[in-house]
Design a protein. Structure first.
Length: 219
């Protein structure tokens, strides 16, 4: 089966299985969306959602971060991983907007990545969540699931994202990004994937591998 044909079948099955998929992070504006994604690195979305109400109650716009101290910012996110560096990034984010005299979050990749703490992956996820996908950002779930499915065979997430965006360009990237993450969290886990319960079991090359297959092959 050709890669594009496999990709189309995967999309059809997952859309039937999951239906509409919305964001798992809770936010109410572009600003909150960008901050929530930045905070989600190496932390669960649930953990971010727990600190968001108090955080966004205090910091309602970028300039609020600019005017606050790093320790105060950290006090709102101290339960999250990498809280020190994230607090510094949020301070820098606020200063970035203040220096430009705007509160509007840009929707261009090249501008987004110039904001402190916002890398290519964070910017890519932001654009997907705001329905303007320009790429296919890849996290550990997506890298694992799509590797097992044989949709990409890259050795790093950036190249994997390039391959996946070719298969799922434009608006398709947004849905499939969420679908692969959902599959990775619910079914295709890293250590104990529930292969017999997977809606893609008939398409997955992994099921044809023996129990002693290498960890590289299983990712």
């Amino acid at each position: 089966m050709k890669a594009r044909e496999r990709a189309d079948k995967v999309e059809t099955i997952l859309s039937q299985e999951f239906g509409e998929l919305g964001p798992t992070l809770i936010f109410h504006s572009d600003f909150e969306c960008l901050v929530a994604i930045l905070l989600s690195a190496q932390t669960t979305d649930l953990s971010v959602n727990k600190v968001s109400p108090a955080l966004f109650g205090r910091f309602r716009k970028p300039s609020d971060f600019a005017g606050a101290g790093v320790e105060e910012i950290r006090s709102y996110i101290k339960t999250l991983g990498l809280s020190n560096s994230k607090a510094r990034s949020l301070k820098g984010l606020g200063q970035w907007f203040l220096e430009r005299g705007t509160e509007e979050v840009p929707h261009e990749m090249e501008t987004l990545v110039s904001i402190p703490g916002v890398g290519v992956k964070t910017a890519g996820v932001f654009l997907i969540e705001r329905d303007r996908p320009h790429s296919f950002p890849v996290d550990t779930h997506i890298f694992r699931v799509t590797g097992r499915l044989g949709l990409q065979r890259a050795k790093d997430p950036i190249k994997a994202g390039t391959a996946l965006y070719r298969l799922y360009p434009g608006e398709r990237a947004g849905y499939m990004h969420r679908a692969f993450i959902t599959l990775g969290r619910r079914v295709c886990e890293a250590r104990s994937p529930s292969c017999e319960e997977c809606p893609l079991r008939e398409l997955c090359p992994r099921l044809h591998l023996g129990k002693k297959a290498s960890s590289t092959a299983l990712r």
